[in-house]
Every structure is written in structure tokens, then in C-alpha cells.
Design a protein around this ligand. Structure first.
Ligand code: PHE
Length: 477
């Protein structure tokens, strides 16, 4: 299928853009901690198996669906579903991307603020116990995080409005090598710290005793989130691939880059943690690791208030900012391509509609640590049931956490499962083979295994992750 849409101008541009989507906050604030807690290299090995058996088949399918239809995600599934309800998988993907972005941009704003704090040496002399308060004061402030969020969203909007080649591709070609260089410099610095080898050992020594069924489910969930699977991102980017782009090779490249950066993030974090004699199990995960433990760890490891700690910590938060930014751009593009093509809007107008909606919901997420902190799921449940039902069992998560949990626990796994089933059972096998082999030019000896995984392994595995999220297995135990 052909139409006159813009394409990426080069294969390397296509790889870097897709890798930009994959490399995000998940690589830095989730992967290293999960590795540390789940048996080091044992977890890495399981993770890589998940990537090969689950991640690659789904990524190839998303690439194929996008490139074959040359359409936004909703359009792509509509074209391929021949009027059947499978068209809803595409729409679900668009919704998921937009939904994730509502809170992802807020964290993007935090990374900017922490880059600024690091560069201005604001962490100098702050006692270890104060970093928690520093972060909650910042996140709870009604203005500052919201202002940074608006700046972050503004940058995303700017890149998107410039288009596929002059915006996304050009930007990825600058930002991804930058991210790569910063990662290497930070890794080398961290590995030079006294005691670094303990950190390396912690991360790399396989401890199979720590591996349980939960470990495997965690590795699957992480592989999925980290590769940006389960929604419309890679499908949308692939709709800008030209016909000669090798799909399998591109998928392998993206997965290798993503995994490499994730492992390097571990080498940046753990040597410093061990250097200051901190217990790696106490550093937390996610936001608390990134904005509470690490500023303290870096100050102490590289000298409180020293030039080295200013440089190291500024570079670290800038790295996080770039990683979040390129992922946010890919998420924005899913929604922009959708409204532009399905509602026949000009690209600039389409991008504005999406940005304005993200602005409104992002502000709610941003304020949910401060002025809106009392609007919780429990409170909403009470309002919706007019106070007639006992809601004490309902979680008291705030608006931000509602967006985060619903997308991570429900939307992404559901989307991934439907994509695998669609690609394995519904999509024409001959079409699949033709596309994957670029009409017979590339050999595809793995084709049978690929289809087997899409039909059986992936749907079952993702289904298990999905159930595990809701504690079904621990409940059974
Ligand atoms: N892969 C990104 C990360 O690791 C997150 C993401 C998920 C981006 C889904 C786009 C789509 O943080």
C-alpha cells in the first residue's frame, strides 16, 4: 500500500527514532533495580530470553502492521481488519499512548528541574535525610513542577510540529548519540569510584536462588514496557519506514540498544551506591530512587558540592531528560498521526489538539501531589456511589498514580495480548512472510518459531503477567 505520507529519510534515522522511543525512564529507574533485586545476571538472562521470545515477535508485528498500511495505528488496524472488531486494537493503542503521556510528561518536567538543581549545585550540603522532603516539597508545590511540565511538553510539541524528517528524525539523530555518549561517560566515572567492583558484582553475579515465578513475570512486564510494545508507538513509527527497511534487523537493533542502555544504567547507579556503603535494597525504585536516593548518593560518592558531583549529577539528570523526551515524542506522534489522518486535520492543528488535551490532564497529574492530593481513587469511588457503598478497601492512590497504574497494569498488557493474537491468528501468513522478507529478498528461517510465539507463547505469557498484576497468583498461594 502506498500513499504520499512523509517517510524517515534513512535507515539509521528509523532505528534511532524507534530506539529513542524504547530507551526511556523504564531503562534507568526500573531495570537496574529489578536486576539487583532478582538475582543479577540471572535476571538479565531471563530478561533477554523474554526479549527474544516475546519482545521481538511483537515488535516485528507492530513494525509490519505499520509499514504495510502506511497509516496511523487506528487506520492500520482498520485497514487490516476488514471491518471486523479487530479495528478496536488500533484505537486502544492510540488511547493508551495518549493516556501514558498524560503523566509521563510530568515526570519529564521533574527531570528538567533536577537537571537545573544539579547544575546550580543546589544539593550541596543537604543532609541525607532531607532529600525526601526536598522532593515532596517540590512535587507538592502548585507552580514549579507544573511550569517544568509545560516546558517539557512545549519541547515535545515543537519537535512534533516540525514533522517526521525535520522533527522526529533529525532530533533523534542528535539526541540518541548524545544519550549514548553521556551513558558511556557516566558509566566510566562510576566504575572508577573506589568500591565499584562490589556494585558490578552485585549486578552481574547470577544468583539463581532469587529467581521465582514472579521474577519471570517481572522480566516479561519490563521487557514489554521497555521496548514500547503493546500500543501504537512502534506501529506509527514503522508507518514512516520505507519498503526496503529490514524489519527483523531493525527490531534486533532497537532491542540491543535498549538493553545495552538499561544494563549501563545499572553500572552508573550501583557502583556509587556501594561506594557510599548504602544498602542496595534500600535505594527504592522509580521516583524515590531517582529523585530522593540518587541525588544523595551522587553527592556523597563524588564529593559534596564538588565540581565532579555537579557535573556527574547534571549529566545524569540530563540523560534522564533526553531518554524521557524521545519516548514522549514517540507517544505524542501516535496521537498526532491519528487525529491528523483520521480527522483530516493539518499536522500543526492536529498536534495542537493533542498538546492542549495533554496540557489539561497533565496539569491535573502534576497538581495531584499538592493542591489535588485529596482527590484519590477512594474519594472518586465514594463520590460515584454517592457515599452509599463502603469504599475503605479501595486504594487511596492519587490522580498521577491512577494514570500510571491503569496504563501499566491494564492498557499495555491488554494491548500487547491483542496485538499478538491479531498478528498470530488473524493476519494473513503469506502477507506476514512477504513483508518480513521484503518480498523474498531477506531470508526468514525463524518464521515458524515467530508465528508459534505469536500464537501461543506471547498471549499466554502476557495473560499471566496481566493476572499477576492483580495479585491473582499470590492470592492463589
Ligand atoms: N519504553 C519507554 C521506557 O522505557 C516507555 C514507553 C512505553 C514509551 C510505551 C512509549 C510507549 O520508559
Amino acid at each position: 500500500m502506498e500513499n504520499n505520507r512523509e517517510n524517515f529519510g534513512s535507515k539509521i534515522g528509523a532505528i534511532l527514532a524507534a530506539a529513542g522511543s524504547a530507551v526511556g525512564l523504564g531503562n534507568v529507574w526500573r531495570f537496574p533495580i529489578e536486576t539487583g533485586q532478582n538475582g543479577g545476571a540471572a535476571f538479565i538472562i531471563i530478561y533477554v530470553i523474554c526479549i527474544v521470545l516475546l519482545g521481538l515477535p511483537i515488535m516485528m508485528s507492530e513494525f509490519l502492521i505499520g509499514r504495510y498500511t502506511h497509516s496511523n495505528t487506528a487506520g492500520a488496524y482498520r485497514i487490516l481488519s476488514n471491518g471486523s472488531p479487530w479495528k478496536w486494537v488500533g484505537r486502544l493503542g492510540v488511547f493508551t499512548g495518549w493516556f501514558i503521556l498524560c503523566y509521563y510528561n510530568v515526570v519529564g518536567g521533574w527531570t528538567l528541574h533536577y537537571t537545573y538543581l544539579s547544575a546550580t549545585n543546589a544539593f550541596a550540603g543537604v543532609p541525607a535525610s532531607e532529600f525526601g522532603g526536598m522532593f515532596t516539597d517540590f512535587a507538592g508545590n502548585p507552580w514549579i513542577p507544573t511550569a517544568w511540565f509545560v516546558v517539557f511538553l512545549g519541547i515535545v510539541h515543537f519537535v512534533i510540529t516540525r514533522g517526521v524528517q525535520a522533527g522526529i528524525e533529525k532530533f533523534s539523530k542528535i539526541m540518541m548519540p548524545t544519550l549514548f555518549i553521556i551513558t558511556i561517560v557516566l558509566t566510566v566515572c562510576s566504575l572508577c569510584l573506589p568500591g565499584a567492583s562490589e556494585g558490578v558484582e552485585f549486578l552481574l553475579k547470577p544468583d539463581w536462588g532469587k529467581v521465582t515465578s514472579t521474577t519471570i513475570l517481572q522480566a516479561m512486564g519490563q521487557a514489554f514496557f521497555s521496548l514500547s510494545l503493546g500500543m501504537g508507538c512502534l506501529c506509527t513509527y514503522a508507518s514512516y519506514f520505507d519498503k526496503s527497511t529490514p524489519l527483523a534487523k531493525t527490531a534486533v537493533n532497537v532491542s540491543v540498544i535498549d538493553t545495552f542502555i538499561a544494563i549501563m544504567a545499572g553500572f552508573i547507579i550501583f557502583p556509587s551506591v556501594f561506594n557510599i556503603g548504602m544498602n542496595p535494597n534500600e535505594v527504592g525504585a522509580g521516583a524515590s530512587l531517582t529523585f530522593i536516593s540518587l541525588p544523595n548518593v551522587f553527592q556523597q560518592a563524588f564529593g559534596d558540592g564538588s565540581v565532579l558531583s555537579v557535573v556527574f549529577s547534571s549529566m545524569f539528570y540530563f540523560l534522564l531528560f533526553v531518554a524521557a523526551l524521545t519516548s514522549a515524542i514517540s507517544l505524542h506522534e501516535v496521537a498526532t498521526a491519528y487525529v491528523t489522518e483520521e480527522f483530516h486535520l493539518e499536522r500543526k492543528k492536529g498536534a495542537c489538539v493533542i498538546t492542549l488535551s495533554l496540557l489539561a490532564l497533565g496539569i491535573l497529574c502534576s497538581l495531584s501531589f499538592g493542591p489535588l492530593k485529596d482527590i484519590t481513587l477512594q474519594q472518586l469511588a465514594a463520590w460515584l456511589t454517592f457515599g452509599k457503598v463502603d469504599v475503605t478497601g479501595v486504594s487511596a492512590m492519587n490522580i498521577f498514580d491512577m494514570f500510571d497504574s491503569f496504563s501499566g497494569m491494564v492498557l499495555l498488557p491488554l494491548g500487547g495480548m491483542f496485538i499478538a493474537i491479531f498478528a498470530g491468528w488473524v493476519l494473513d501468513k503469506q502477507l506476514y512472510k512477504d513483508e518480513l522478507s521484503n518480498s523474498g529478498e531477506i531470508k526468514t528461517p525463524y518464521f515458524k518459531l515467530l508465528i508459534f510465539s505469536l500464537r501461543f507463547i506471547a498471549p499466554v505469557a502476557i495473560g499471566l503477567v496481566f493476572l499477576d498484576q492483580f495479585g491473582v497468583f499470590s492470592f492463589l498461594k
